[in-house]
Design a protein around this ligand. Structure first.
Ligand code: ZN
Length: 248
């Protein structure tokens, strides 16, 4: 079984379609770390597309917040404005799909899926120190997470050291390929499909091949300007439009 890993799609249909096309034929099943909606211009179409793909999925904080306005207290004003707009765009069926998305962790035989961390679906894991508690708790050798919109993640080595996943764990001759070692534990972030924040504006995703013991981190270009034009027409905040060009 090969898994396509998707996270933080954020109502960006162009980015989602580019990823699905690029990954076509390379996976059998989809795992999704949540945040289908919020920020972008196509919440309804993204919910429908994801629902039809039948992924194993957990909810993200934005999926929760568009349905429960009390959650918006934790959002910055721009994210809140986008959440109010998003709520107006969704049909009752689309809202129902978001409402029944399970809270993580989702524990599967080959990996665990969360939005933020194993301890808290809303926790941001930016640094090894923050990742330590989740890696300590991990049920599976591999946990997939999203929420930070930063492709990469963390490894706990056989010596108990916690390090960000980058060189030298990623093979130099095959960019983006992470070989999973049997004595290590991993928190893997495939990156954000629809609003990358790691200074690479291309849509981010990953492919997990348990039989090959590897994860491939991937990126694909998508028509950013089309998405931005739709956001402008919808009257979404300028900052949310502009950040897509720079990936931050
Ligand atoms: Zn997100």
């Amino acid at each position: 079984m090969r898994y396509l890993l998707l996270s933080d799609i954020h109502s960006n249909l162009e980015a989602l379609e580019a990823v699905l096309e690029e990954a076509s034929g390379e996976y059998d099943s989809i795992l999704c770390c949540g945040d289908l909606v919020g920020y972008g211009p196509d919440p309804g179409a993204v919910v429908d597309r994801i629902r039809d793909l039948k992924p194993r999925i957990v909810r993200g904080n934005h999926d929760k917040a568009v349905l429960n306005l009390s959650e918006l207290a934790y959002f910055n004003p721009l994210a809140r404005a986008a959440a109010f707009w998003t709520r107006e765009q969704l049909s009752s069926e689309q809202k129902e799909y978001l409402r029944i998305l399970p809270q993580g962790p989702l524990i599967l035989p080959e990996a665990t899926v969360v939005h933020g961390s194993l301890l808290d679906e809303d926790e941001y894991l930016f640094a090894p120190l923050e990742a330590g508690a989740s890696l300590q708790l991990a049920w599976n050798a591999v946990t997939f997470m999203g929420h930070t919109h930063v492709q990469g993640g963390f490894i706990r080595t056989g010596d108990g050291e916690i390090l960000p996943i980058r060189h030298p764990f990623l093979q130099a001759d095959k960019p983006g390929l992470l070989s999973l070692l049997p004595d290590s534990r991993y928190l893997i972030n495939p990156g954000s499909v629809g609003q990358p924040r790691d200074r690479d504006p291309r849509a981010a995703f990953a492919i997990f091949e348990p039989l090959e013991n590897c994860v491939k981190y991937l990126r694909v270009e998508y028509p950013v300007k089309t998405t931005q034009e739709k956001m402008r027409k919808a009257g979404l905040p300028d900052y949310l439009i502009e950040r897509l060009s720079v990936g931050k």
